[in-house]
Ligand binder design. Structure first.
Ligand code: SAM
Length: 305
């Protein structure tokens, strides 16, 4: 058949659904102590990083994901100076965080030294030198352990970790106990943002449970949704805060904070995008409200591998 690709990467969403990415070139594959890392060039999205068989980010649209994760949280805080990134191995969350003039120090803690090393070498489009910025401290250790062992507080915490697959390194960073620690390590006006899984109506369990679990610690919890084409499924994020509510930020106020605090251009996020990110359809709001499971260390949530 005309146009049929020779090689495919099959990414499974469940036992009965998957997507096939046409592969132009395999770049790299390694089983690290924590996960299976693969780098490929796809026809549709360019270079793509997969961890344990799931797209983490793609050259063509990583900016949509990283803008949504970083900028609403940092601009909601009146003066974010100290930021913690948990995960974020590719360095793009770090790159976007460093665009904020208020930020004086960023600690990035990713459990997998190999993801950081391979990203440094093979994903320069993602990190754009951010690992070498003098405001950056990059550590390789479990993000939860880091928070448990360090008393210092942060103005914003960005949790950019892989999905909670069983036996994977991330699932204990989606629990009530973890969010309690995050709350303690945030300063009084602190904000946390995290990727929370798909907003696909048939698979809303992760996002809904994360939302309700965050609510056990934080007075303000809001859901964001966007479309990241390489993820295939629509994607959800949660933003939780001790004090400030992103619903109260008008598009004009967002644009004026961007102008005052960010000197480099943003490709996806502005006042209008902010308003769109927080507009969740009625059927999804209802599904999220109905699905009230609380995730705990002894009752974790697992995404199908
Ligand atoms: N954009 C992604 C997504 O949609 O899932 C997340 C990207 S980022 C590459 C995920 C990173 O989280 C990986 O580099 C992985 O090593 C890191 N990670 C997973 N579990 C972690 C943990 N417990 N502590 C710190 N980092 C962790």
């Amino acid at each position: 058949m005309a146009g049929r690709k020779k090689r495919w990467y099959t990414e499974y969403f469940s036992t009965h659904s998957a997507v096939m990415h046409g592969i132009e070139k395999w770049l790299y594959s390694e089983v690290t102590p924590f996960q299976h890392m693969e780098l490929v060039i796809t026809y549709d999205f360019g270079k793509v990083l997969f961890l344990d068989g799931k797209v983490q980010s793609a050259a063509s649209d990583e900016f949509v994901y990283h803008d949504a994760l970083v900028h609403p949280a940092l601009l909601l805080h009146p003066n974010p100076r100290n930021v913690l990134i948990i995960g974020g191995g590719e360095g793009a969350t770090l790159r976007e965080t460093l665009k904020h003039d208020t930020v004086k120090r960023v600690v990035m803690v990713d459990i997998d030294q190999r993801v950081i090393e391979v990203s440094k070498k093979m994903l320069p489009e993602w990190h754009q030198g951010s690992f070498e910025d003098k405001r950056s401290t990059v550590l390789s250790m479990d993000g939860r352990k880091y928070l448990e062992e360090n008393e210092q507080t942060f103005d914003c915490i960005l949790v950019d970790i892989s999905e909670p697959v069983e036996d994977g390194p991330a699932y204990l960073l989606f629990t009530k106990e973890f969010y309690q620690i995050v709350y303690k390590r945030l300063s009084p006006e602190g904000v946390v943002a995290l990727q929370a899984g798909t907003t696909h109506l048939n698979d809303i369990g992760c996002l809904a449970s994360v939302y309700h679990t965050l609510k056990t610690s934080f007075p303000v919890v809001r859901v964001m949704e966007t479309s990241i084409p390489s993820f295939t499924l629509p994607w959800g994020f949660c933003l939780a805060s001790k004090k400030h509510d992103p619903w109260k930020l008008s598009p004009a106020e967002v644009d004026s904070r961007i102008a005052a605090r960010i000197s480099s251009p943003l490709r996806s996020y502005d006042g209008q995008t902010h308003a769109g990110l927080f507009q969740i359809s009625k059927h999804l709001r209802e599904a999220i409200e109905k699905n009230v499971g609380i995730i705990e260390d002894k009752r974790p949530f697992f995404t199908p591998a």
